[in-house]
Design a protein around this ligand. Structure first.
Ligand SMILES: [Zn+2]
Length: 458
């Protein structure tokens, strides 16, 4: 299996991902998605939205704001508890996560590090809004998209007349001031999430939780991840966050060069959060901190309850949360599709991406670029496909046909069309399949139907 270094080099060379702020030496923990990266990332998000929102009967979408009133994060518990333990070295002044620092590591100032006791370091990005910076103008960049969903529970419920169970889905950026961002786009400070909060009657949560684990694993497999590269891991009771009744992580083999279970790390987590979040934000509700301290909510303006006609009572729903990282899913799809094959004594690098996820669906290549009729015909196919099918189609005449095929293989384009001299005679073109490298002759008029059969529309 491909290792991370090869993927990083492909990403830079072909324009999937660049270091953020590279022109000025970079900004650690940020990455910019290039021309192909933005297409693949959009497709991952569209595939998720299609499966989670459009293909189910019980889901609504949401796009809530990134800047949050600090009260949301006070009552969610993030202000008090969203931190990692960190230590400082008194000699070299470097900062480490207490659970990651190696006490036998050599200090750059000589000897071993001289570490302070661990202290909590809050991971939220704080900012101020409005023209005057003061205590009252503090806002946070959201550390998760979930809070925007919880505080809008009542708005969505009232505006859609949903009955339990139902879910709210959201995709968007989140921000965490990680002490040590690392492993490419795996641990970063600005990232994107795809989250569902699924609201159920208390008592139905355990069954729904199990169903979501199955559904989410199946989603990765549907879009091309090999089952042997995925694992689920139920967190042990002593590892659970204090609000969680149960959590299962979906792990992907991000680090094939490591040993055993260390090869796998989290791409998504599914949590049974009970009624913790809606109780926190409920008018007259309360936040319960990990040590049992209760913080009464004195600011919320609405009840976060649901009227159950069966029991004739107001209840606070339970929540099951499948929470996936867009960037991590992107990386998993990229790694899993990467193959090197020997073809005619040379190495062919090919991304066998699911066609729906591929950044470019079709490349149109003229056999001869100095033949105006051929070029014109090729360009008209490109234009027509792009316009009528919505499939990302490109035209390329900057190399010989063999080289052009390999370029498209390397970025996962499922189909190439070649326009040649026969095309001018009978209006047919050659369509080449990325995976089999087989070619077939197709009438130019039939191309749209040909591809719509083979490429799922997201
Ligand atoms: Zn040191």
């Amino acid at each position: 299996m491909v290792d991370l270094d090869k993927i990083i080099s492909l990403c830079k060379r072909r324009g999937f991902i660049f270091q953020g702020s590279e022109q000025y030496g970079g900004l650690q923990g940020t990455w910019d998605y290039g021309p192909l990266g933005v297409e693949l990332k959009n497709n991952v998000k569209k595939a998720w939205w299609k499966s989670m929102v459009y293909e189910r009967e019980d889901m609504e979408g949401l796009d809530s704001s990134i800047l949050l009133n600090s009260l949301i994060l006070k009552y969610s518990g993030h202000q008090d508890t969203f931190s990692d333990p960190m230590c400082d070295c008194r000699k070299c002044k470097k900062r480490f996560r207490a659970d990651q620092v190696d006490p036998n590591e050599k200090c750059s100032e000589g000897g071993l590090h001289d570490l302070t006791e661990p202290r909590p370091f809050n991971l939220m990005f704080k900012t101020s809004y409005g023209p005057v910076a003061s205590e009252d103008s503090i806002a946070y960049l959201r550390p998760e998209t979930a809070q925007g969903i919880f505080v809008n529970f009542k708005n969505v419920l009232d505006s859609t007349n949903r009955k339990l169970p139902f879910g709210i889905a959201q995709i968007g950026k989140s921000f965490r001031n990680e002490i040590t961002p690392r492993n490419f786009i795996f641990r970063v400070r600005e990232f994107e999430q795809m989250e569902v909060e699924y609201f159920v009657m208390p008592g139905e949560d355990e069954k729904v939780y199990e169903e979501w684990i199955k559904e989410r694993v199946a989603w990765y497999v549907k879009y091309g991840i090999k089952p042997e590269n995925l694992k689920t891991l139920a967190q042990k009771p002593e590892e659970l966050a204090h609000y969680s009744k149960a959590t299962t992580d979906i792990l992907y083999r991000f680090f094939p060069d490591r040993e055993g279970d260390k090869q796998f790390d989290e791409v998504e987590g599914i949590a049974n959060r009970r009624d913790f979040d809606l109780t926190c934000h409920n008018k007259g509700g309360k936040l319960v901190l990990p040590d049992g301290t209760e913080v009464p909510n004195q600011h919320a303006v609405n009840k976060m309850t649901y009227f159950d006609h069966v029991s004739n009572s107001h209840v606070i729903p339970y929540v099951v949360e499948p929470s996936a990282g867009v960037d991590r899913a992107f990386l998993a799809f990229l790694m899993d599709s990467y193959e090197e094959e020997t073809v005619n004594d040379s190495t062919r690098t090919v991304l066998k991406l699911h066609p729906a996820l591929a950044p470019i669906k079709v490349a149109v290549l003229p056999l001869k670029k100095n033949k105006p009729e051929i070029v014109e015909f090729a360009l008209s196919i490109k234009k027509d496909l792009m316009k009528t099918s919505g499939m990302r189609t490109v035209y390329d005449d900057t190399a010989g046909i063999g080289k052009l095929y390999r370029r498209q293989d390397e970025v996962g384009t499922p189909f190439c069309i070649t326009v040649d001299f026969d095309t001018l005679e009978n209006s047919t073109v050659t369509v080449r399949n990325r995976d089999t490298m087989e070619q077939e002759r197709v009438s130019a008029d039939a191309l749209r139907a040909y591809f719509s059969d083979k490429i799922e529309t997201l």
